[in-house]
Write a protein that binds this ligand. Structure first.
Ligand code: SF4
Length: 204
């Protein structure tokens, strides 16, 4: 696992996702983890820019802003009516639970394992490895048999130092790798992982 991490780090360099941690930034990250459900990050950025331009990056303000106004501001992220309700719910939840554990987060409506772990890792610097569709695709092509969210997460967490910075960086590198080489239709010839990739060896 560390071999994969080092190869990707060597290829792409540090990604430095979400490095600064003011309380406003912390909440912005949480908003991002919900807005990014079922959409691309470009769309999330547009929605977050709208929220910033309207000075709404705070739990209190998200709680108070009228539903219709919030929905229109986050429209670029898609599923905006559903996400409006989720933002309201998470803002209220975090006011009551400022330092939540995973189990508590998973009880919140609209928060599944990927969103919960993204919140814990990126906003609270807790060591939970985030598994997304890109991570799943790459690991399965390389040849790992683990299939579901929990199994894949265990695989990373068992084989890496328990360090949120490594989890953060590794996940960002996997996303970069999925975009650059390990696409739906992979570009294997120049891939830095091809020497250890089952998919490449079996299709060569
Ligand atoms: S060799 Fe191909 S399938 Fe394997 S990780 Fe690289 S791009 Fe993905």
């Amino acid at each position: 696992m560390l071999k994969i991490y080092n190869k990707l780090l060597n290829e792409y360099g540090k990604q430095n996702w979400w490095p600064t941690q003011t309380s406003e930034r912390q909440f912005e990250i949480i908003l991002g983890t919900i807005l990014t459900q079922n959409t691309s990050w470009n769309n999330v950025e547009k929605a977050i820019t709208n929220l910033k331009n309207n000075n709404l990056i705070s739990k209190e303000k998200i709680k108070k802003v009228p539903l219709k106004r919030l929905a229109s501001l986050i429209k670029p992220s898609g599923y905006f009516n559903q996400k409006t309700k989720r933002l309201k719910v998470i803002a209220k939840f975090l006011e009551e639970n400022p330092n939540p554990c995973r189990e508590e987060l998973l009880k919140v409506n609209g928060i599944g394992p990927e969103t919960a772990d993204s919140i814990l890792l990126y906003s609270f610097n807790k060591p939970y490895f985030v598994i997304d569709a890109y991570t799943k695709r790459i690991m399965q092509r390389i040849g790992y048999k683990e299939d579901d969210y929990g199994e894949l997460q265990k695989l990373f967490q068992k084989n890496l130092p328990k360090n949120y910075k490594i989890y953060n960086e590794f996940h960002a590198l996997l996303v970069e790798h999925a975009k650059k080489y390990c696409r739906k239709k992979p570009l294997c010839e120049k891939c830095p992982l091809k020497s250890q990739c089952h998919y490449f060896k079996s299709s060569a």
